[in-house]
Write a protein that binds this ligand. Structure first.
Ligand SMILES: [Cu+2]
Length: 172
């Protein structure tokens, strides 16, 4: 019973952190395509480490590359300037660590045509302080007594002392 309550408490404490990770659909309902301003889109949100970007597009019409800042500027990512690449048409891109991320479409002309944006991902805010304990912490077992397992706590020890005292009376 107590263990179940403690488990429930653990879940309650973990839930806010799990729901803190947010999925952002790039371009919102427009998706990832030619036309929308992804600069404007990216500036609408505050991204936090642990969030996910979702790129929705028709496969083979577009793709997604995370690239270096230089490749982002030139729109010509060389192989060694590509950090990660996706092409499924529904790509889930995790922003696991804080930092700057640069995304482009690598179909010819699309990056220059506006399919590019960067996001500054912030470190997650520290977790809230733990809630006050609902249950008293059980006292730790006595540190040294090797008979703690054999004799029930203090009552057992004083029982042993009384027994020894009686034994000494009987033997005298
Ligand atoms: Cu494209």
């Amino acid at each position: 019973m107590a263990a179940t309550a403690i488990l429930l408490l653990l879940f309650a404490a973990a839930a806010p952190r799990l729901s803190g990770a947010t999925e952002y659909t790039v371009g919102d309902s427009d998706g990832w395509t030619i036309g929308p301003s992804y600069l404007a889109w990216s500036q609408k949100y505050n991204f936090t480490a642990g969030d996910t970007l979702v790129f929705n597009y028709v496969p083979r019409q577009h793709d997604v590359r995370e690239v270096t800042q230089d490749a982002y500027r030139t729109c010509e990512p060389a192989a060694n300037q590509t950090v990660r690449a996706w092409a499924s048409g529904r790509d889930l891109v995790d922003l696991a660590a804080p930092g700057d991320y640069y995304f482009v479409c690598n179909v010819t002309g699309h990056c220059l045509g506006g399919m590019k944006f960067s996001v500054a991902v912030a470190a997650p805010s520290p977790p809230p302080p733990p809630p006050p304990r609902a249950f008293p912490t059980p006292a730790p077992p006595p540190p040294s007594s090797s008979s703690a397992g054999a004799w029930p706590d203090v009552g057992g020890v004083s029982g042993l002392a009384i027994g020894m005292w009686i034994a000494s009376l009987l033997s005298s």
